[in-house]
Design a protein around this ligand. Structure first.
Ligand code: NDP
Ligand code: PYC
Length: 338
C-alpha cells in the first residue's frame, strides 16, 4: 500500500473546512484558515499545511479559541490600523486588516497593521506575498511560544519567531522569504518526530543543555536553538519586542505561560509593515525597480536560487497535479471527524 495518497487542492480545501467546522469554527474563520492550509500544502510547506489541522483542532478542543470572534478594526492613526482578533485565529483578522493596511500604505507611503489577541499558527509568506501582489513591499513578524534558548543559554525564552519579507516584481512572482529565527520551525521537528527520524545537529539541546538529535527530547524536555547563533538570537529578541511590548501584546514566554502544558496554539500579536515604493523613490521608481531586478539577476546568474523559488515551482506542480500527503496524516485528520 502506498504510504502517500493523492488529493486535489479542492479536496484539501473541503477536508480542512469539514474538520474545522466539525470542531465548531464559524464558516468565515474556517474558510480563511482553509485557504492558508491549502496554500501551505500546495507550495509543499508541509509543516504548515494539512498537518496544522492537528494542532488547530487541539486548540479548538481546549476551548480557548473563540470560534465566532469578529475581528474589531481601529483606525489608530494615518499610518497605523489595529485589528483586535478577539481571541480568534489570526487569518480572518489579517484578511480584514490587510485591506486597510494597503489603503493606508498607498496614502502615506508606509503603514503598519497591528493584530492583537490572536491564536497564530500559520506561515507568514501568504500574508506578505498578498501585499506584494498589490505592488507593496512588506515585512511581517510574530512571536510564538517560548521554545527556543538564547545563544549561550539553555532555557527557552524565545518563540520560533518567524519573519517574512516580500518585494513586488513586475510580471512575475514577488521576491519572498519567510523563516523562523530558530534553526528551523518547530513544526518541522515535529514532522521528524512523527516519522521517527533523528533531527540534524544544531537544531536543539536536551534538558541539560547538551546537543541532542532526538526530536522528542528537544520538543518535550530541552530547547530549540536559534539560527546563526547570536545573530538569530538578536533578531528573535527584536521580534519579541516589536510584535510584543511595542504593540501591547504578549511575548513568547507570556504566551507559553498562558497555555500552561496544554500544547495549544500560541496566542499573542503580529506586526505587519507595508511600504509603497512610489513614495520612497527619488523620482524614477521604474529605474529603481530595474536596479532591484539587477540585484536578483546577480544572484541567480551564478546558480544561486532566490528564496521561494522552490515554493513557486511546487505551486506550479500542485496546481497541475494536486498534492500527495502521508497516508498516516490523512488517517489522523479523518479521525478528527469522529
Ligand atoms: P525554511 O528554513 O524551510 O525556509 C526559509 C526560507 O528560506 C524560505 O523562504 C525558503 O524558500 C528559503 N530557502 C531555503 N533554502 C534556500 C536556499 N538554498 N536558497 C535560497 N533560499 C532558501 O523555513 P523555517 O523552517 O525557518 O520556517 C518554515 C515556515 O514556518 C515559515 O513559513 C514560517 O512562517 C513558519 N513559522 C510560523 C510560525 C508562527 O508562529 N506562525 C513560527 C515559526 C515558523 P523556499 O520556500 O522556496 O524553500
Ligand atoms: O512551526 O514553529 C512553528 C510554529 C509555531 C507556531 C506556528 N508554527
Amino acid at each position: 500500500m502506498a504510504d502517500t495518497i493523492a488529493l486535489s487542492l479542492s479536496e484539501v480545501h473541503q477536508l480542512a473546512l469539514r474538520v474545522l467546522t466539525h470542531h465548531g469554527l464559524s464558516g468565515t474563520h474556517a474558510e480563511a484558515i482553509a485557504r492558508v492550509i491549502v496554500a501551505g500544502e500546495r507550495d509543499e510547506c508541509h509543516s504548515h499545511g494539512v498537518f496544522r489541522l492537528l494542532m488547530c483542532t487541539r486548540s479548538l478542543q481546549d476551548g480557548k479559541v473563540s470560534c465566532h470572534a469578529e475581528p474589531k478594526v481601529t483606525d489608530r492613526s494615518a499610518a497605523i490600523v489595529v485589528v483586535d482578533a478577539q481571541f480568534g485565529f489570526s487569518q480572518l483578522a489579517f484578511e480584514i486588516g490587510s485591506q486597510h493596511l494597503a489603503l493606508k500604505a498607498r496614502r502615506t507611503g508606509i503603514a503598519a497593521l497591528v493584530i492583537n489577541n490572536c491564536f497564530h499558527f500559520s506561515a507568514l509568506w501568504p500574508e506578505v506575498e498578498s501585499l506584494a501582489e498589490q505592488g507593496l513591499a512588506a515585512l511581517a513578524m510574530t512571536p510564538s511560544h517560548a521554545w527556543v534558548a538564547p545563544a549561550g543559554g539553555s532555557r527557552p525564552v524565545f518563540g520560533t519567531n518567524p519573519m517574512a519579507f516580500a518585494w513586488p516584481r513586475p510580471g512575475g512572482h514577488p521576491y519572498v522569504f519567510d523563516f523562523a529565527t530558530s534553526a528551523v520551525a518547530r513544526g518541522e521537528i515535529d514532522l521528524y518526530r512523527r516519522s521517527g527520524r533523528a533531527i540534524p545537529p544544531g537544531w536543539g539541546i536536551d534538558a541539560t543543555g547538551a546537543p541532542s538529535t532526538d526530536a522528542a527530547t528537544v520538543l518535550q524536555h530541552g530547547a530549540m536553538l536559534t539560527f546563526g547563533g547570536h545573530k538569530g538570537s538578536a533578531l528573535s529578541t527584536m521580534i519579541e519586542l516589536l510584535a510584543g511590548p511595542l504593540i501591547g501584546d504578549l511575548t513568547s514566554m507570556e504566551s507559553k505561560a498562558l497555555d500552561g502544558d496544554a500544547g495549544g496554539t500560541p496566542c499573542h500579536g503580529e506586526l505587519i509593515l507595508a511600504f509603497d515604493p512610489t513614495f520612497f523613490s527619488q523620482g524614477d521608481a521604474r529605474a529603481d525597480q530595474a536596479r532591484a531586478e539587477q540585484l536578483f539577476q546577480a544572484i541567480t546568474d551564478q546558480g544561486a536560487r532566490l528564496p521561494s523559488q522552490r515554493r513557486f515551482e511546487a505551486r506550479a506542480r500542485s496546481l497541475a497535479q494536486g498534492v500527495r500527503i502521508p497516508r498516516a496524516l490523512r488517517d489522523d485528520v479523518l479521525a478528527l471527524l469522529r
